[in-house]
Design a protein around this ligand. Sequence first.
Ligand code: AVI
Length: 320
Amino acid sequence: MQSASQQNTFAADVLRGLSASPKYLSSKYFYDDEGSRLFQEIMKLPEYYLTRVEYEIFSEQTAEIYAAFKAEIGEFDLIELGAGDGAKTSLLVDFFLKRQAAFTYVPIDISAEALKCLSEKFAAQFSNLSIQAEQGDYFLTLQTFKSKSERRKIILFLGSNIGNFGKAQAQDFFKSLRAVINEGDGLFIGFDLQKDPRTILRAYDDAQGVTAEFNLNLLTRMNRELGADFNEKEFSHYASYHPIEGAARSFLMSRKAQTVSVEALNETFHFAAWEPIFMEISQKYTLSIIEEMAQASGFEVTENFFDDKKFYVNSLWKPI
Ligand code: AVI
């Protein structure tokens, strides 16, 4: 259940996006209950390699990651931004506890429901884990970092979530993060790497159409929450990958000329035949872009962890 102010922000963002040219909607709104369920389905799809390769890195290089975090030097907070179901993190937590590392796990997520499930799961699985879940937008919770605790912080930002920012916004995000952390802290980020464009495109255009449903679900959400009258059948999902920009993008295309009204906004929006709504960017990186981005935001790459196929990297940064 959303608060009235969250609902107003959603409505205001929809107004801005559908009044713009070209039209857009923010992919951060994909994750209502049904959207979160569909994303869980996506992570199991044969075409969606991202989750599997990051899991491979965490399961096969746990000891190396532990060493790189310098987890033995004293108490620290293991902060996870956008924690979701914590599947990969549980591999680290398990290993760290076995090594008797002194840490508190701080999962931060916008979804209260996801946090509740995660906290219950981790409490049952790891009886001696200290856990302090925080609900909120991680952009906003960054502001509380300085006053959080004196302990060292290792911040996890996994799952290629950074890809949904686009490059310029990612850069701004790292700069704001740099402003609230201290020497000795670390940032561990999951980046999806540029590869055969066909492999990338398939990941966002799966044969079963789950990614299409995931995008179309935002129209259903607007119908339910904002009193819109989108007919989902009159829109179709279109995915593209631009190899020079390294950007996968998703669009919903209006299959015909149509007008949609949104009661909560007291507005109607006209769509020309085959007019796109830009839905999501999933930026893919190269190692040199990662290095440049780290430097430009006041960090240095200390170590990179790759999967076997070098599809993906978990990059550890320290502030300079
Ligand atoms: C959450 N995020 C990293 C996913 C991605 O790969 O950009 C969201 C997604 N969109 C379509 N499929 C998965």
